[in-house]
Design a binder for this molecule. Structure first.
Ligand code: TA6
Length: 306
């Protein structure tokens, strides 16, 4: 994570931005970054990064060709922010579950409108910070009060995300979360994830049975696992390798819908399961976090070159 000492200079308003500009895509507001060294697209809804590509390189993130850009609709692809719970509410630990009043998966942050807090630009990087005050406006979904800050740092090295949660209530706050990264591959059947070699995991497709990983994770149809591991991972595809380095995480979700679920997913072409995979930096299952009043926790990931 970039230290405050070497933060790029602050640009106070859109008029002073050199590389960043507002863009309307579909019905949503986005920030487009056109830097000499990289490009990125970031939506205010969900603090949702949908595109990051260093100059002269293909996009590092997968985005559905049938994604929709409508208020209240999660964008399929990029890096959805799953917060203040991950996955099915009923599959969360009781401490997390008791705060959830919605039946929706992955929390409300990814469809909420975040506030732009800061844009910093330099010859080498762009940093963008957004906030979400999860207050009484969200009581239909959740019983809690917390501030979420999402900081994105883009450079030629890659893109790093940091999601900091601060408990603004007087009660301890239990929550789960994930940075739900979609990655592209020419062929998922010839792709693998390295670094989970001996980890325990929950196989959500085998009635949430506990299993032990042996060696690389391959994809032979639908895969949906919560690994008890927060170590650096390498995703190897026929197009090359990508390294994911986590911060504040001891769980990683690996997912591919396979042909069956792909046909049931929204905004997802039936054959698209063959050209994507998700490696999600998380605090999921037993790795949920509890914050006392005023305490903070940061979940982060650096997506970089191997
Ligand atoms: O992270 C894996 C997962 O929980 C899968 O079970 C699948 O549901 C995926 O997330 C996508 O969820 P979404 O709500 O974005 O369609």
């Amino acid at each position: 994570m970039s230290e405050s000492s070497n933060k790029p200079p602050l640009s106070l308003s859109p008029g002073q931005w050199s590389f960043t500009r507002w863009q309307t895509i579909g019905q949503l507001e986005a920030l487009e970054v056109h830097h000499p060294l990289f490009e990125a697209t970031l939506f205010l809804q969900g603090a949702h990064l949908t595109r990051f590509a260093p100059k002269d390189e293909p996009d590092w993130l997968w985005l559905s060709p049938t994604a929709r850009y409508q208020p209240g609709k999660a964008i399929r692809g990029g890096i959805p922010v799953c917060w203040p719970w991950f996955g099915d509410p009923d599959k969360n630990p009781p401490e997390v579950r008791k705060r959830i009043r919605s039946a929706s998966a992955h929390g409300f942050a990814r469809t909420a409108l975040w506030k732009l807090e800061d844009v910093r630009e330099s010859a080498h990087e762009v940093e963008i910070c957004l906030s979400l005050d999860a207050n009484e406006d969200f009581t239909d979904d959740w019983n809690g009060h917390a501030l979420a800050l999402m900081t994105f740092n883009f450079s030629i090295r890659g893109c790093q995300l940091a999601l900091t949660t601060t408990n603004l209530s007087t009660e301890p706050l239990a929550f789960s979360q994930a940075l739900h990264t979609y990655l592209p591959t020419p062929d998922v059947s010839r792709s693998r994830v390295l670094g989970l070699g001996t980890s325990d995991y929950i196989d959500t497709l085998k009635d949430w049975e506990y299993c032990v990983q042996e060696g690389p994770v391959y994809f032979a149809g639908e895969t949906d696992r919560i690994y008890q591991c927060g170590e650096p991972l390498t995703v190897v595809t026929p197009a090359g390798s990508r390294k994911l380095t986590a911060v504040g995480s001891d769980s990683t979700v690996v997912w591919n819908p396979g042909p069956g679920k792909a046909a049931r997913l929204s905004d997802f072409p039936d054959a698209a399961w063959q050209t994507m995979l998700c490696v999600e930096t998380a605090n999921a299952a037993g790795d949920y976090r509890v914050l006392n009043e005023g305490q903070s926790h940061t979940l982060g990931v650096l997506i970089g070159r191997k």
